[in-house]
Design a protein. Structure first.
Length: 80
């Protein structure tokens, strides 16, 4: 199956792109995708706890992905 990964702010800098498409085995979870993305970026480039949304809804690592899903990786924000 094919999923689209969207990257914002610092994550976009890490990957050098706003989005990439990845092939995953059927039944893959968000956790498996995070592991794949982390391996591509180098473990130190991403925080231990990544926040992600699948099809514009926050999702947990147990979320099962489907062909055509859009996964957005949301960087930590700070402000005052």
């Amino acid at each position: 199956m094919r999923v689209t990964c969207l990257f914002f702010a610092a994550y976009r800098d890490v990957f050098g792109a706003e989005q990439i498409e990845l092939e995953l085995p059927q039944g893959s979870t968000l956790g498996a995708l995070i592991d794949d993305v982390r391996a591509r970026a180098g473990d130190a480039a991403l925080p231990r706890q990544l926040v992600a949304a699948v099809n514009r809804e926050y999702a947990s690592v147990e979320t099962v992905l489907h062909d055509g899903d859009e996964v957005a990786f949301i960087p930590p924000v700070a402000g005052g």
